[in-house]
Design a binder for this molecule. Structure first.
Ligand SMILES: Nc1ncnc2c1ncn2[C@@H]1O[C@H](COP(=O)(O)OP(=O)(O)OP(=O)(O)O)[C@@H](O)[C@H]1O
Length: 253
């Protein structure tokens, strides 16, 4: 497979079936390192299915068949240990899902499983991750309090901090702001903009303005196919395909 220099994840001829139903059709995509790639398209077009293939989350579902190639840094993800893969490719979900434990323990959970025990090192990871997710100032005096006492927007930034604590290279975000109010959404969007460069980010969003504001590249999905994949400016200002134009102008979906 041809892999370009700035490609972090290369997807080639990806087909995915849930039983008899084909949910992804011949998807090809070069996801660029250190950039934000947005996945847009109407409900049921395969965005979540696609993002979940990137760290093999679909493998947990019965009756899924996947064909094609996905390479991370040029290496087939099927040849990698899945735990290592999910460390390198972290994920943040639609609904904030902090563990029912303290803010501190949420962050140290993964690093402890990785074998880090030193208290100073764990303290350092907590501070660095929370700062990285732009939530340190809001929680630094209540690290031992339950994460469930945070607001929805704070919980989502905590989940991003928890992902960062594992030192991923890629962060997958499946509609990370759809459960948040506009102010929290703004903070998460600002955070995504700060994180890019250090991380490769792939984000599913139903919010056209959000895709336009924060992403570098955008893929438009329809019925399991990628209709158009290009830099975000061109997708929004000069779409090549009439269906892309209709979708971004709110004519369907
Ligand atoms: N576990 C599953 N088993 C069977 N079919 C599924 C499963 N998950 C998704 N599908 C189907 O695959 C298609 C793509 O779904 P997917 O959730 O990827 O779409 P989506 O674009 O993310 O939608 P939304 O924007 O509503 O979240 C849909 O027709 C959906 O019903």
């Amino acid at each position: 497979m041809q892999v370009y220099n700035n490609t972090k994840i290369a997807v080639k001829d990806l087909d995915l079936y849930y039983g008899e139903k084909q949910a992804l059709k011949r998807v090809n995509m070069n996801i660029k390192e250190g950039k934000v790639t947005a996945l847009i398209g109407p409900s049921g077009c395969g965005k979540s299915t696609f993002i979940r293939t990137l760290n093999k989350m679909n493998d947990l579902i019965d009756n899924v068949k996947i064909y094609g190639e996905i390479a991370l840094d040029g290496e087939d993800i099927n040849k990698q240990n899945v735990i290592d893969l999910r460390t390198r490719v972290g994920m943040v979900f639609q609904k904030p899902n902090p563990f029912p434990m303290s803010i501190y323990d949420n962050i140290t959970y993964g690093p402890k499983i990785q074998g880090i025990r030193d208290k100073k090192e764990l303290d350092r990871i907590v501070e660095e991750s929370l700062k990285g997710a732009a939530i340190w100032d809001e929680v630094k005096d209540r690290l031992k309090s339950s994460a469930l006492g945070l607001s929805g927007g704070q919980q989502q930034r905590l989940c991003i901090a928890r992902a960062i604590a594992m030192k991923p290279e890629v962060i997958l975000m499946d509609e990370p702001t759809s459960a948040l109010d506009p102010i929290s959404t703004g903070k998460v969007e600002e955070l995504i903009t700060e994180l890019k460069g250090n991380y490769t980010i792939v984000i599913v969003t139903h919010n056209m303005q959000q895709a336009h504001r924060i992403s570098d590249d955008t893929a438009f999905f329809l019925n399991g196919e990628v209709i158009e994949f290009n830099n975000t400016k061109d997708i929004f200002e000069n779409p090549m395909d009439k269906r892309t134009e209709d979708y971004i102008n709110g004519r369907f979906g």
